[in-house]
Write a protein that binds this ligand. Structure first.
Ligand code: SAH
Length: 413
């Protein structure tokens, strides 16, 4: 789930005869055909852009079935009905072209050369339009693009995040300084041209680094954060917060995981590797008590704030290594009824899995973004007496090779 892959941007397919421009039928998904992207090879974000969507789904299904063969039955993959423009977080790198004019795009794979991109198949289209407006405004405001070889210039990146339910849009301008000459007029014009923008933040990053965001920021317009909703709960998203990049499909994933957990309202649920608490909080109305554990202190702070914001009173979030926490719990005889685990790509670790077998919850719901480490961890749990009852692949990242899988384990002997 931690996937923030396919961050790179990709171009839209060439228009077909009769298309009238943006919003025309060509922009709607055509699942029966592939979408040719002229920069796919250089961008590298969408490994499957040459494949019709139905074929992409079949490929992902087959991969999960092969990896879980003999371990767990696999249900049909849950794909998207509208698989284009799903990314709610769009990152554009700024550079200048040969004529010295500003352009935005992605780093060519494995390099720091910028491939200019104006439209991308998988990114939010409103975000792409705002980026184009910003690029077109730079010369008039005499704003210089940062040059990473000379370390001169002002604006480095634009990051845009959009709310799929609220429609709110946060624009983050990443620059070498928080002093922005002409900033007030620039933002006024930008918001006039895009009234859909709800907040603009200036982030300072003057270091020689490939990390996009710096730590200092100032709010130029609006509240400095945005809100979006998942499964009826509201989440606050700051420039630095982690949030699922495909929120529509994230709801499908969470609902699947929560359904599979078979909650009756009486359970103590442990949400391990909980991030900002989103899955557990979406389940909070169906359980007695929620405990979340997460290593990243900022995410834990967001999780607590998210609980407060949603009036969830039965939740506790702890900042600790999940494996160490489980060992402690096993020693103290704490026994959750259901453990929901959503580890990073590397999967879980031995102390966690060993303690999980000792705690022996009635049900385990394993949410995985890497079927290889999932298969490895499932083998340990099955050997320890669990039955892997069902796996459901979910396509969170259309056009990329990544696949998410939810597995239900129960019936420990
Ligand atoms: N469940 C969340 C986030 C899952 S991403 C969601 O749906 O949004 C995986 C999370 O595991 C990340 O937030 C990462 O910080 C956390 N993590 C990684 N290693 C960890 C560890 N050893 N112990 C606890 N959390 C860990």
């Amino acid at each position: 789930m931690a996937n923030d892959q396919s961050r790179r941007r990709q171009q839209e397919p060439a228009r077909r005869p009769g298309d009238t421009g943006r919003g025309a039928p060509a922009d709607r998904p055509r699942q029966d055909r592939a979408f040719r992207c002229p920069v796919a090879a250089r961008c590298g974000g969408c490994q499957l852009s040459h494949m019709p969507y139905a074929e992409q789904l079949a490929l992902k299904q087959k991969r999960v079935e092969e990896l879980l063969h003999g371990l767990c039955p696999v249900a049909p993959i849950l794909g998207m009905s509208q698989p284009l423009h799903y990314r709610n977080k769009v990152h554009a790198v700024l550079a200048v072209d040969k004529r010295g004019l500003p352009v935005s795009g992605v780093y060519a794979m494995g390099t720091h050369r910028v491939v200019p991109v104006q439209h991308c198949l998988i990114e939010d289209e409103r975000a792409d339009r705002i980026i184009q407006t910003i690029v077109s405004m730079l010369p008039r405001y005499k704003l210089r693009v940062y040059n990473e070889y000379t370390h001169r210039g002002f604006l480095r990146h634009v990051v845009i995040r959009t709310g799929h339910v609220t429609g709110q849009i946060m624009v983050v301008l990443v620059a070498t300084s928080l002093s922005f000459p002409g900033g007030r007029d620039f933002v006024r014009e930008l918001v006039e041209r895009h009234p859909e923008i709800t907040t603009v933040v200036l982030n300072e990053n003057s270091r020689q680094t490939s990390v996009v965001l710096g730590t200092r920021e100032t709010v130029l317009y609006g509240d400095g954060f945005m809100e979006d909703s998942l499964c009826g709960k509201v989440f606050r998203i700051s420039p630095q917060s982690f949030y699922q990049v495909n929120a529509r499909q994230c709801e499908v994933l969470y609902r699947t995981a929560i359904d599979m957990a078979g909650l009756t309202g009486k359970e103590t649920l442990l949400d391990a590797y909980c991030g900002t608490g989103t899955i557990g909080l979406c389940a909070a109305d169906h359980i007695e008590r929620l405990i979340g554990v997460e290593l990243n202190a900022d995410a834990v702070r967001d999780a607590r704030e998210n609980a407060r914001r949603n009036g969830v009173e039965n939740a506790t979030f702890l900042c600790e290594d999940a494996g160490r926490f489980m060992v402690r719990m096993a020693r103290e005889g704490f026994r959750p009824d259901v453990v929901l685990m959503d580890p990073p790509r590397a999967g879980s670790d031995e102390p966690f899995l060993r303690s999980l077998l000792t705690l022996a919850p009635e049900r385990i719901v394993y949410v995985s973004c890497n079927p290889e480490t999932l298969a490895r961890d499932l083998r340990i749990l099955v050997r320890g007496g669990y039955r892997a009852e069902k796996a459901v692949p979910v396509d969170m990242f259309p056009f990329t090779e990544h696949v998410e899988t939810v597995v239900l384990l129960g019936g420990k002997k």
